[in-house]
Write a protein that binds this ligand. Structure first.
Ligand SMILES: Nc1ncnc2c1ncn2[C@@H]1O[C@H](COP(=O)(O)OP(=O)(O)OP(=O)(O)O)[C@@H](O)[C@H]1O
Ligand SMILES: [Mg+2]
Length: 497
């Protein structure tokens, strides 16, 4: 359908047009020039009147002009952003000449642009044209990482679930670090969850990871020194005589005593006592994740599954240690597989919920180091990252800028929006303006995984996820009814007595 004509001065990327009927903002249009069919998007629409200019200050003048000119004395003017030739989405070098016809883009053209012939996953439909499905290229998403950003409750976890289900459909592997136990009981259409209990063999932990669980600060050199010596003794002993986890702690306490005895330093005993206290505290607090028999994470990750590490019961420090340990193991294993054929044989898409806690801006954590290493090197080894966060500006900017793909749902705070724009080359001003007004589940989708940026209504995940909005009023009612029933049963019994 014809919408209008190009007027005034046009550039190869921006075109002014006039129309008879108001087009929708975000509507896709087609212009034919330079022997090409070119796709554009309506970015601004204004309606105005020549006769009824702003300079009129007397309402009776308006009434007189209205009587004279009739109701329809107005024009509609808009700005189109040129997206490119429909064949290859390359922007023509010449601008469209004046009087070029502007037509509504029909769905068949849009379906072609937003499809992905193979290795694609449909994540939703165009917000402006719901009959057009939008596919993302999974190869490009995994190899160039993804960030899913939005205020709380805007639909981040739903998006993760939709993408994960799509990856299952392609027979791939996802690994989710599940900070709030949202995914561990999820049910997917295209496959199953493989729950992974976050247990680690302390002998496989890096010293920095053990020190974090022990709450030994990196500046406490002497505590670290005696602990390291004691650990070495225990390590050598366990190589010869395998023991259970309980014995590991006992052996460490004993080894610390030995180290103090052997030391010439007078206050060694005091330092060792504080380390032994910390060891006891660690066993109380984190005993349930420390296990000498814990299988390696590599043996637990399965191809064709959404592998979920349930971190719901862990505090931030323990989550940091688990994520750091697992990511380090994954990266080294994939590297080794590439060079020697030994190691994890398949690529993995790793999802980090609450990424601003694991890879924060201006503060170091153990996992931040490995997250940034995978962000930089993962592409070569088939390790893709998905950073999920409701506080983008608290995220490490270097890591975020490695995410070449973004799904940005509703984002209200201007400082968050600016921060995201700085990290992304493709988030243009006009898309940025849309972010605060997006509805739940609507997102700006950009990056290499799509041919052109688009506003997409993400599909509602059809499986089951446990982190959605709670019906609070029904919860109150249910609990109250249960209490009343108990009260009644109690009264009935006491009456019988
Ligand atoms: N695309 C969508 N279509 C319909 N409903 C949606 C969509 N996305 C999310 N919702 C609904 O919105 C609610 C919040 O979604 P979700 O849990 O994904 O948000 P979130 O951004 O992950 O929130 P949080 O920051 O708390 O983790 C859920 O009840 C979910 O069902
Ligand atoms: Mg969520």
């Amino acid at each position: 359908m014809k919408l209008g004509y190009v007027v005034g001065e046009a550039s190869p990327t921006h075109v002014i047009f006039i129309s008879k009927k108001p087009p929708r903002l975000g509507q896709y249009v087609i212009l034919e020039y330079d022997g090409k069919k070119v796709l554009g998007i309506v970015r601004r629409v204004v309606m105005g009147s020549v006769a009824l200019s702003e300079d009129i200050h007397d309402p009776t003048v308006v009434e007189r002009i209205k009587d004279l000119e009739g109701e329809r004395d107005y024009y509609i003017k808009g700005i189109i952003k040129i997206l490119g030739d429909v064949k290859n989405l390359e922007i023509p070098r010449v601008p469209p000449p004046p009087a070029t016809e502007v037509r509504e883009a029909d769905s068949s053209i849009l379906k072609d642009v937003f499809s992905c012939k193979e290795k694609g996953v449909c994540i939703g439909v165009l917000a402006s044209n719901p009959e057009v499905p939008v596919y993302i290229d999974i190869n490009r998403m995994v190899s160039r990482h993804l960030a899913i950003l939005a205020i709380t409750g805007a639909g981040k976890s739903n998006t993760v679930a939709v993408i994960s289900d799509g990856i299952l459909g392609l027979g791939g592997a996802v690994l989710i670090f599940d900070m709030h136990s949202e995914y561990v009981d999820a049910r997917f259409r295209n496959g199953d969850v493989n729950p992974i209990s976050p247990r680690v063999n302390p002998l496989h932990l890096h010293l920095s990871e053990l020190l974090k669980l022990l709450n030994i600060d990196y500046k406490a050199h002497r505590q670290e020194y005696y602990f390291r010596k004691a650990l070495k003794k225990v390590y050598n002993h366990l190589k010869r005589h395998p023991e259970d986890t309980e014995m590991f702690f006992k052996l460490l306490v004993k080894a610390l005593d030995d180290v103090a005895e052997e030391s010439k330093s007078r206050d060694a005993k005091n330092v060792v006592i504080s380390v032994q206290n910390k060891l006891e505290a660690m066993q109380d607090k984190y005993g349930f994740i420390i296990d000498l028999q814990a299988p390696s994470v590599l043996n637990q990750i399965k191809l064709g599954y959404v592998n979920v590490v349930d971190l719901g019961a862990l505090d931030e420090d323990a989550s940091d240690v688990i994520v750091s340990h697992y990511l380090r193991t994954l990266l080294y294993s994939r590297k080794s597989y590439k060079s020697t054929g030994e190691g994890l044989a398949f690529p993995v898409f790793v999802v980090l919920e609450e990424a601003h806690i694991l890879a924060p801006k201006g503060r170091s954590t153990l996992s931040k180091y490995w997250i940034s290493r995978i962000a930089r090197e993962g592409r070569k080894f088939g390790l893709g990252l998905c950073l999920v966060s409701q506080r983008p500006k608290a995220l490490d900017p270097d890591t975020l800028s490695q995410a070449n793909n973004m799904i940005v749902l509703r984002l209200v705070e201007p400082s968050d929006q600016r921060f995201v724009q700085q990290a992304s080359e493709t988030l243009s001003e006009d898309l940025l303006e849309q972010l605060p007004s997006l509805n739940i589940g609507e997102a700006v989708v950009l990056g290499l995984m799509v041919k052109i940026p688009a506003i997409v209504k993400i599909n509602k995940f059809e499986g089951k996820l446990s982190g959605g909005d709670i019906d609070i009023v029904s919860e109150w009612k249910r609990i109250r009814e249960e209490e009343l029933e108990l009260e009644k049963a109690y009264n009935d019994i006491t009456e019988e007595w």
